[in-house]
Design a binder for this molecule. Structure first.
Ligand code: FAD
Length: 835
């Protein structure tokens, strides 16, 4: 009867034992575990500390007794293997002060990895704890329950450090995270970690980056963490989580081959260099299928799967090799999910692997179905053969399944073309017909095919250094709420008519909110002969997240349960989300729910509400648009109203505004469209076109301008009259030309066609469908909103006569007037647009 001894009784060890028994009923299986527990949920330990997992018993998946009863496996806890003799095929075991020798035919090492504890001065203080095992978390829990610390410092911002930070925060402790690198979660690239930095700040968690611990100092008030920068952070508890190292002293002493970092070297059948000795889990290093080089992957999934294979090899023989891990991981960081698979950009750079990347911001499911939330997805591939290299995602809903989908393709050697064709399960509550993973792959294909030059956020400065014009393809309303310094604004719907403004003698770098509209403009410009042109991948959203301040120093305060933090200005207490010393509102509070609306919908609703209330009244706006918190601040800056607080919970932002008294007219602003100087608080728009897209653009601008407090006049002339005609046909007597125009022109706003790609009306139909999918109001809804909000709409009397349009045919609320009424409005207007 063959005898297998297993060292380590948790992820890899316990799984090996269970599989081996299922394969070989006759085998003798002995598991030695140094600790008192086997097969426990080490991944659940942080959640037990935070109280999310309440019963300690739930951490234990199996007990030694269950192993015996169910699997007939001899599990010996509190038994440390202290020596291995590979030649004699024996191990020496210490249990309760007694040592004995046990023989084996096969030996499986699954000793795991241990937290690093470098010799920093003061590190032996009992308040500095690490988290690896059940006794470790018992100690943490004991400190939390008995000493009731108010402040904690977590050192190291990897998965475990951040999970611990979240769970301490959940218990109402003021938490500060210290990280030596310039980002948290080093497994993802900087720009994908940036949203996590901002999220931590929003939660009121202190964050120090690029700062290491120099010493721990005890004083009468407690413990102080002294950083290399000179910052000194007082604390009651420290969680040290700066990484793990393989627990392989035993293997080294036995002469088993280790690599330079101390990992056990194994072949594809997980065999060490000693006959009959195998190793799995965190302690080993195996060849990465992506780099072809040894790469440790200290994760539970690979440990469990290696265990299954090693049991096969022992029971059946070396038939199924370990193909290597691609390092797929996920973590919950407060309300965010961060996940990755394969190689990051920095790993590609380090390994000299050619790569291209793209960042997209798709929705978790169809935009028109309530609750959709956007996530950022970065895809990396090899431009030589199109093979997938890696992916990273950060967001709230649906992040994990997207990374799993990419991982499935990546693990099978898939390409961007495979991912583009990936057929996923779709219904509106779960996904979009084109999933985010498809969409990222489409973008990758476009880049490969040379349809676009995708520029990454950190290449912007190089483009600027080359003298590039930054061309913002968003709407003027969005532009006004924040843009890159020196950028010119021509929205993607205007670009065809304003080609002359785009210089041909310098590079042009387009950007928009997330990358799509910039790409649309790029395609137009390329086809118009522009060649030195690029589009910012991930758009303003990624660029802004990556280039704004990342740390949150000095937010370390006495304990209070962090509800959800605000992110803004001096009207809000720093980082806490709890406004301090604010006078109570004078009037009743008005609540406005804009959830489901996309920009600028929430801002328009806000403006409407603020117009209705008296000075001093507060308006509370709920929004699911992630950009709303920033827009809210920008809107207040422009309108001089007061942002009292912004809080966020599970992807819904709640912003409280106070109407200023008296309301100050909007500030003077400038934008960088040549020849267009913006001042004052009026805007006039001439609508000359009856193209659906141009009409849409004019109403987006009108509503945007209204939302920032401007008085707006729209003047409809010639073809533009179609836009303001009633939907229902009005019987009026017309001359021959009038009847001709009637027959040939669209009768009302609902019948307009696209200026480009109309394809006999199919284009317009598709555009309307797409607008519905993205929850963009229909043109008629925008017009109704504009009229209701007080936009002055004037139809040109002269062109009405020429085209035989009667007064009765115009929509309710549309005046008629001559050029004088237009000029009167234009004379005092700061913005004057011709659409
Ligand atoms: P372990 O599961 O660590 O087991 C090793 C065991 O060997 C230990 O119990 C140790 O006491 C015992 N041992 C060592 N030397 C001896 C000896 N000489 N004699 C007897 N016994 C010995 N991974 C994920 O994929 N997702 C997660 O969410 C995740 N969260 C985690 C959270 C925490 C707090 C921790 C600590 C780890 C987490 N991991 C996670 C990592 C995951 O737990 C490990 O990758 C996995 O447990 C590795 O399995 P292993 O068998 O190699 O080592």
């Amino acid at each position: 009867m063959a005898k297998t001894v297993i060292i380590g009784g948790v992820a890899g060890g316990a799984s090996t034992a269970a599989r081996l028994r299922r394969l070989d009923e006759k085998a003798e299986i002995v598991v030695f575990e140094r600790g008192s527990h086997v097969s426990y949920a080490n991944c659940g330990l942080p959640y037990y500390a935070g109280g999310v997992i309440q019963e300690r018993e739930r951490l234990f998946l199996m007990t030694p007794q269950k192993f015996r009863d169910i699997l007939d496996v001899d599990v010996r806890v509190d038994s440390e293997v202290i020596a291995i003799d590979p030649a004699a095929k024996t191990v020496t075991v210490r249990n309760a002060g007694r040592e004995y020798v046990e023989s084996f035919d096969s030996l499986v090492l699954s000793p795991g990895a241990e937290p690093m504890r470098p010799p920093i001065p003061g590190i032996d203080d009992p308040r500095i704890l690490t988290v690896r095992s059940v006794p470790d978390i018992d100690r943490v829990k004991d400190v939390l329950d008995t000493a009731r610390p108010e402040r904690a410092v977590v050192i190291g911002a990897g998965f475990i450090g951040l999970e611990m930070a979240e769970n301490l925060w959940e218990r109402g402790i003021s938490v500060t995270v210290v990280e030596a690198l310039d980002q948290v979660m080093n497994v993802v690239d900087f720009e994908m970690a940036a949203p996590v930095h901002h999220h931590m700040r929003d939660k009121g968690v202190g964050l120090y980056l690029k700062d290491g611990v120099k010493a721990f100092v005890r004083d009468e008030s407690g413990l102080r963490v002294e950083l290399g920068s000179g910052t000194s952070i007082p604390t009651d508890l420290v969680i040290l989580s700066i990484g793990v190292k393989p627990d392989t002293r035993l293997a080294r002493d036995a002469g088993i081959e280790l690599d330079a970092r101390g990992y056990i070297v194994v072949d594809e059948f997980l065999r060490t260099d000693k006959q009959g000795i195998y190793a799995v889990g965190d302690a080993i290093v195996a060849i990465s299928p992506l780099t072809g080089k040894p790469m440790p992957v200290p994760l539970a999934g690979p440990a469990n799967k290696q265990a299954r294979l090693v049991a096969n090899t022992i029971a059946i023989g070396p038939t199924k090799p370990w193909k290597g891990a691609i390092a797929t991981a996920v973590a919950k960081i407060f309300d965010l999910t961060v996940a990755c698979t394969g190689l990051s950009e920095k790993l590609c750079v380090r390994e000299g692997i050619p790569f291209r990347s793209v960042i997209v911001h798709p929705g978790s499911h169809a935009g028109y179905y309530p609750g959709a939330q956007s996530y950022a997805l970065k895809l990396l591939w090899n431009p030589v053969d199109g093979k997938l290299l890696g992916a990273q995602a950060v967001g709230r809903d649906g992040v994990d399944k997207r990374i799993d989908a990419v991982a499935a393709h990546l693990g099978m050697g898939g390409t961007i073309h495979d991912l583009a064709e990936f057929e996923h399960a779709y219904a509106p509550p779960y996904a979009s017909a084109k999933d985010g993973t498809n969409y990222a792959a489409f973008c990758a294909e476009n880049i490969q095919e040379g349809m676009t030059d995708s520029v990454t956020w950190n290449q912007v400065e190089a483009w600027k250094a080359r003298g590039a014009l930054l061309l913002d393809a968003r709407t003027p309303g969005e532009f006004e709420l924040g843009h890159m310094d020196g950028a010119m604004n021509i929205s993607n719907t205007e670009i065809r008519n304003r080609l002359a403004e785009v210089p041909r003698d310098r590079p042009v770098l387009l950007y928009c909110g997330v990358g799509l509209r910039g790409y649309l403009s790029e395609r137009i410009l390329r086809q118009e002969g522009f060649t030195d042109i690029g589009n910012l991948s991930g758009g303003w959203k990624t660029w802004q997240a990556a280039t704004s301040p990342q740390t949150n120093p000095g937010s370390f305060r006495p304990a209070q349960k962090r509800p959800h933090a605000a992110m803004h200005d001096d009207t809000v207490s720093e980082g806490s989300g709890v406004p301090e010393n604010l006078p109570a509102p004078v009037g009743p509070t008005l609540n406005v729910d804009t959830c489901g609306l996309q920009c600028p919908g929430p801002i328009i609703q806000l403006k409407k509400a603020m117009d209705e209330v008296a000075p001093g009244t507060r308006v509370v706006v709920k929004a699911s648009d992630a950009g709303f918190s920033r827009d809210a601040q920008a809107w207040c800056n422009i309108t001089k109203n007061r942002l009292v607080s912004v809080t966020e919970e599970k992807g819904t932002w709640t912003a409280t505004f106070e109407k200023s008294r008296p309301q100050v007219p909007s500030a003077t602003m400038t934008n960088s469209v040549p020849g267009l100087h913006v001042s004052g608080d009026e805007a006039t728009i001439i609508v000359f076109s009856n193209d659906l897209d141009r009409a849409l653009a004019s109403f987006v601008i009108a509503n945007g301008a209204l939302a920032t407090g401007k008085k707006v006049t729209m003047f409809f002339t010639f073809w533009g009259l179609s836009v303001v005609r009633k939907r229902e046909k009005v019987k009026v007597r017309k001359d021959f030309m009038g009847r001709m125009f009637d027959m040939m022109l669209p009768g009302n706003a609902g019948a307009l066609n696209l200026s480009q790609m109309n394809f006999g009306g199919v284009g317009a139909w598709l555009m309307k469908k797409r607008m519905a999918a993205f929850q963009v109001d229909r043109l008629e809804e925008m017009m109704a909103a504009a009229i209701q909000a007080g936009v002055q709409m004037t139809a040109c009397q002269m062109s009405m006569e020429l085209m035989g349009v009667a007064r009765e045919e115009l929509m309710e609320g549309v005046e008629t007037g001559g050029v004088a009424s237009y000029l009167e409005a234009a004379g005092t207007s700061g913005i004057n647009l011709f659409v």
